[in-house]
Design a protein around this ligand. Structure first.
Ligand SMILES: Cc1ncc(COP(=O)(O)O)c(C=O)c1O
Ligand SMILES: N[C@@H](CCOP(=O)(O)O)C(=O)O
Length: 547
């Protein structure tokens, strides 16, 4: 059934690399010019997609979508199907990402993305990415032994969820070492335990003094470092890796098909997707779905108080949060929420405590291509111009802490997206109201999903016509963030223990752990030292085992 209408080749957002294959971009992760990989063209859906795809299983739908972006000359159809089926065989829900209706009267639905092994939406992409790495390595290492085998050194940054999903996707896999950096003391107790209690020899956890953004900067510094790139094949598991975005496109289509089967969905109804957003990866997958032809009226960005994206959509200014007034002098800020190093705030939705959203760069490229490069007929010239704009903006972000786009580009961004900023108090209130509302029947939201639901209600108030449906993405299981849930529902501890807490989390925090500490002063070079030493130890152990 699969057919393609795009080149299935890839380029870098900063103009330095063109005409790369899917395998090249998945294994490289980040382009050598510091840019992110994007498809040269966004494929258009086959004309019969709506009728042919609407009853497909999640796995078969994933196959149809991935086939538009991956040439069968790179991964033959049967192999791609095999990778997809292995990736979703570990999910607890038969339909992988079910959609439930929370509020029939207001047409608010929740797309549950937390039925994978680590109870967060990251599993949808990271189980797939883990199996893709394995597939490419097995193919490359046929008939090779010892040091001749290609070995991947995966480096990732996490505010809690990517780390555990990557570790579960890669643990025990041959020819791969995985190094995950998390900000010390800034991930939830369950997230920390999920990552650090995995004892497979190829898994390495690094607790870094600093914030998630520091960890993300370390990852990018390692990718830019000629020394480690000479000796190690680095690979990325963060959403800088294109395969992460690709895998997340499936559930936008899947939940759309779920919705249109419901009697409340009328021929004139519209759909808005609401996405709790941090690094801009999840919502960017929605942008690809929309550009491919999925009839989504708007994509709604829901941020916590780290609101760089919300401020951009209001003003066209993309700048790291300026720290003002009392806060700048080390006091308590007016809104009571402390800013930490670099201005990131600690909120009740820690996985979204991100100052700079990596994937926004990908959207900037497409907006810039659409808005500015229309005066040249040559596609290659237009692509180069878009790359020049992106490079300049990202350079300003680095050197001046921000940049501003003009009204034309801002308008283009507002055409597809709308944004809301949700405070901690609103998050708690939403968890409480959802639990006690008769329509949602005791549903317990995690704080990130609550941010999406809060934004969905705000969007529902203003969207026309009234039959607009909102699908809010539920990005994590509430038991991963029990602190926030207990604050919102202090009288429901017993209910939580008995009905919400998964078996898998019971006793997890008491298991033995393995984690190294990286001091602030050690910087990314400190991380490099650990990576080099531990990969060498693993390779030596593999050689001993081979003898
Ligand atoms: C639970 C949860 N919700 C939302 C997000 C935000 O997703 P994204 O970074 O893709 O915008 C994250 C992490 O990134 C997360 O872990
Ligand atoms: N919220 C994330 C942060 C990393 O984002 P990613 O999607 O780019 O991997 C996390 O939980 O680690």
């Amino acid at each position: 059934m699969a057919s393609h209408t795009a080149s299935q080749r890839y380029l870098s957002t900063r103009g330095g690399s063109y005409d790369l294959s899917f395998e090249q971009v998945v294994l490289k992760g980040l382009a050598s010019d510091g840019g992110l990989f994007i498809p040269e063209e966004i494929p258009v859906l086959p004309s019969d997609w709506a009728s042919n795809w609407q009853h497909l299983s999640f796995q078969d739908l994933a196959y149809e979508i991935f086939s538009l972006y991956i040439s069968p000359s790179e991964i033959p159809a049967a192999d791609l199907k095999g990778i997809i089926h292995r990736s979703y065989s570990t999910f607890r829900a038969e339909d992988i990402t079910p959609t439930v209706t929370l509020d029939e009267k207001n047409n608010i639905h929740l797309l549950e993305l937390f039925h994978g092994p680590t109870f967060a939406f990251k599993d949808v992409a990271l189980q797939f990415l883990g199996n893709l790495f394995e597939y490419f390595l097995v193919r490359r290492n046929q008939d090779k032994s010892g040091r001749d085998r290609e070995h991947l050194t995966v480096v990732g940054a996490t505010s809690g969820d990517t780390g555990s999903a990557a570790i579960y996707g890669l643990r025990g896999k041959k020819d791969v070492s995985v190094f995950i950096m998390h900000p010390l003391g800034k991930v939830s107790a369950v997230q920390e335990a999920q990552m650090t209690t995995v004892m497979d020899a190829n898994v390495h956890n690094l607790a870094v003094d600093g914030t998630f953004d520091d960890c993300q900067d370390f990852v990018k510094a390692l990718f830019a470092d000629p020394e480690i790139n000479k000796t190690h094949r680095l690979a990325a598991v963060n959403s800088i890796n294109w395969a992460r975005i690709l895998a997340q496109i499936t559930y936008y289509f899947y939940s759309y098909f779920n919705l249109i089967r419901q009697p409340s969905f009328l021929p004139a109804s519209l759909v808005r997707f609401v996405v709790p957003t941090g690094n801009f990866g999840d919502i960017l997958a929605g942008y690809f779905a929309k550009r491919m032809g999925l009839p989504a009226e708007k994509l709604v960005i829901a941020t916590n108080e780290n609101d760089i994206l919300h401020r951009f959509w209001q003003s066209g200014k993309y700048e790291k949060r300026p720290v003002h007034g009392k806060e700048a002098e080390g006091g308590i800020p007016e809104d009571g929420v402390k800013a930490h190093e670099g201005g990131v705030k600690e909120t009740l939705s820690p996985a979204m405590d991100i100052l700079v959203s990596s994937n926004f760069e990908r959207l900037l490229w497409f907006l810039s291509y659409e808005v500015y490069s229309t005066n040249s007929d040559a596609v290659s010239q237009r692509r180069a111009q878009a790359g020049d704009h992106v490079r300049q903006w990202l350079n300003d972000l680095k050197t001046e802490g921000g940049f501003r786009v003009d009204q034309q580009l801002l308008k283009a961004a507002q055409k597809d997206f709308e944004s809301y900023r949700v405070s901690d108090d609103e998050t708690l209130e939403t968890i409480k109201n959802t639990f006690s509302s008769p329509s949602s029947k005791g549903y317990v939201l995690d704080p990130h999903s609550a941010i999406g639901i809060h934004a969905a209600y705000r969007s529902a108030k203003i969207s026309t016509p009234p039959s607009t449906h909102h699908i809010a993405l539920a990005t994590a299981h509430p038991a991963k963030f029990s602190n926030a849930v207990e604050r919102a529902l202090p009288d429901e501890k017993e209910h939580f223990q008995a009905n919400v807490l998964p078996e898998e989390f019971k006793g997890l925090e008491d298991k033995p752990r393995r984690v190294s500490h990286v001091r602030k002063a050690d910087g990314w070079e400190g991380v490099r030292r650990v990576v080099v030493a531990e990969v060498e130890a693993e390779l030596q152990a593999a050689e001993r085992a081979e003898k």
